[in-house]
Structures are given as C-alpha cells and as structure tokens.
Design a protein around this ligand. Structure first.
Ligand code: GDP
Ligand code: CA
Length: 310
C-alpha cells in the first residue's frame, strides 16, 4: 500500500502516473484542503478536484484546472449581478458546477468531506482512495504588502502576483486528521510527498495534528519529489513564496525544509549538482527526470520512486 501527500497540479500529475504502476485500491492520496473556500455559496475544494479530474483524465489540459470541454454560461450570466455584489473573479464551469452542487448539498445534509470526496472519487471511478487531510475547516492566509489575504484572493484574485512575507493556516491547531489519514501513513510501505508547493500545499497537510509526527516516525520510508527544478517552480508561486519566507528556492531549499520527516528526495537531472548537498543534510537523493510532460513520464517517475524504496 502506498500513501501520497498531495496538493493540486503537481501532485495530480504524479498520481496520474502512480495509478498506472500501483494496483487498484492500493494507493491512498491525502489531499490539502486549506485552499478550500466558499464561492457562490458552494464549497470549493480546488486540490481535491484537480486530483480527481486529472486522474480521471477529465481535466482541462490547457487551464490545468476544471473539466475539459467546459462551457461558462452560468458565469457569463453572473455578470448581470456584478453591480449587485456577485463574485465574478472566481470561475466555475457549467459542468464543474455539478460537482460543487453535489458536494455542497451533501455537506449541508451532514455528510463529512471524507464521505463526499469518496463518493466523487467513485463517481469518476478513480482507482485510488481519495482522502481530504481533515474534515475540519483550515484556511490558508497569506501576508502581503497590502495586508493579509485569504488564499484564493491571493492566488486567483491577484494572480499570485504580489509578494508573500508570511503564511498561516487558520484552524490548523484544532484540525484533526480525517479518518484514515494517520492509518494510511502508518500502514503504507512507502509514503510519497508529491511535487506540490511545499509551503501552501504540503505545509497544511503536515500541519494537521499528528501528521508530521507520524511521518517523522517513518522517515526512512518517506520519499519526496522536489517541486522546484533549476531553482524555479514549473508553474505557480512556489519559488517566490520560498524566497519570500527567507528560504532558498532550490531542491536544496526543499531538502532543508523537509529534512526532519523525509528520508529520500527525488531531484531533477537539471539539479544533479545539488545531490551532494542534499546528502550532506542526511537525506538519500535520487537524480532523475521529474518533468511529467505525459502520463507515461509520470508512470516512469512513479516506478523509479517505488523501486528506489523497495
Ligand atoms: P496547485 O495546488 O495546483 O497550485 O499545485 P501544487 O501545489 O500541487 O503544485 C505546484 C508545484 O508543482 C509547482 O512548484 C510546480 O513546479 C510543481 N510541478 C508541477 N508539475 C510538475 C512536474 O511535472 N514535475 C515536478 N517535479 N514538479 C511539478
Ligand atoms: Ca492548491
């Protein structure tokens, strides 16, 4: 059994490959929910949906979020209400709305996010177990020169084009792991930390009560893939965020940040010169191609990860 700790796009790409090399039902993804928020009265879980849609081969390949072949009629019509306070900067496609209607309705009826996520995963016939990190609300807040912003206002509203000097996860102190999270980590042969934003995607999952401790106990079996390649993120603000928090934006910076709960770091061939530095921190280091341009490449990377550890 394999457990994977996941954010959005980077994680989803790896998981799309991982399901090709891990037998059905033997993979559990533990997904960040600190990006979750309410828009248009609907419970939005960006990272859960990115993982679901990507592994289901239903993601829009150009946007990298939402469903392929999407239409936007509901959002176009929402513009009519813009002058009356409607939120018009956060888009949900017409088909995507169905996922959000279902999730919101179920939550309102008293289902947990764990239950709803399992149903959504089943409806998309995902060959993995999909777990939110917690059923308790956790909200990422980022400190910027304009003050503190909720994560989606920073990421979508401001196109993450503003400096970040600090991050906090509201609610994290009292958030308990969702049922199955700690068991998945304790029982997995290998725990994979996906190549996701180390601060705002992996950070909240690690911050949920008990998760960091259970990883630290299994450190030898925890293997992370660096989301930073050649000093930069492939997409998104991970590199700028690391620098904003006073950390180094490199695979070595990631190694330092993860050193106490990760035993092995996978870095890209481009970063081969950093391998000795990673090893000097007490981690094993694997150097391989980590840019997942196709599902086949993601499957190869997954096989490398799992073989390295076997
Ligand atoms: P978000 O929640 O959708 O913003 O995404 P994540 O937190 O999961 O991922 C953002 C990180 O994924 C960025 O730092 C990217 O560099 C990294 N990433 C995306 N695709 C790949 C890939 O193919 N390989 C590697 N190594 N990292 C990737
Ligand atoms: Ca995310």
């Amino acid at each position: 059994v394999i457990a994977a700790i996941a954010g959005g796009v980077g994680a989803a790409r790896l998981l799309r490959g991982m399901v090709r090399v891990v037998p059905t039902g033997q993979l559990t993804a533990i997904v960040n929910t600190a990006d979750d928020t309410v828009f248009h009265g609907l419970h939005v879980s960006p990272d859960l949906d990115t993982v679901t849609y990507t592994v289901a081969e239903a993601i829009d390949p150009v946007r990298g979020w939402g469903l392929a072949g999407e239409t936007w009629r509901a959002m176009e019509h929402l513009n009519r209400f813009a002058a009356f306070g409607a939120t018009t900067w956060f888009n949900l496609g017409d088909a995507d709305l169905a996922t959000h209607l279902f999730r919101t309705d179920r939550l309102r009826q008293g289902a947990t996010l764990t239950e709803v996520s399992a149903d959504i995963a089943a409806a998309f016939t995902l060959p993995l177990h999909l777990l939110p990190m917690s059923n308790d609300p956790v909200a990422t807040m980022v400190m910027t020169p304009e003050g503190e912003l909720p994560f989606q206002e920073y990421f979508v509203g401001r196109h993450h084009d503003i400096d970040v000097s600090g991050v906090r996860f509201e609610g994290i102190e009292t958030a308990t792991p969702a049922p199955g999270v700690i068991d998945a980590i304790e029982q997995a042969e290998t725990v994979v930390i996906c190549p996701s934003n180390p601060i705002v995607s992996i950070g909240p999952v690690i911050g949920v009560t008990g998760v960091r401790e259970s990883l630290t106990k299994r450190r030898d079996d925890v293997i992370a893939v660096s989301p930073i390649i050649g000093g930069a993120a492939l997409k998104g603000p991970a590199d700028r965020m690391l620098r904003g928090l006073g950390l180094e934006s490199s695979a070595l910076g990631v190694a330092r940040w993860y050193a106490d709960f990760v035993g092995t770091l996978v870095i890209d061939t481009i970063d081969a010169a950093l391998a000795d530095g990673v090893r000097a921190l007490g981690l094993r280091c694997i150097v391989t191609d980590t840019i997942m341009t196709t599902p086949e490449r993601a499957a190869e990377l997954s096989a490398t990860i799992l073989n390295a550890h076997a």
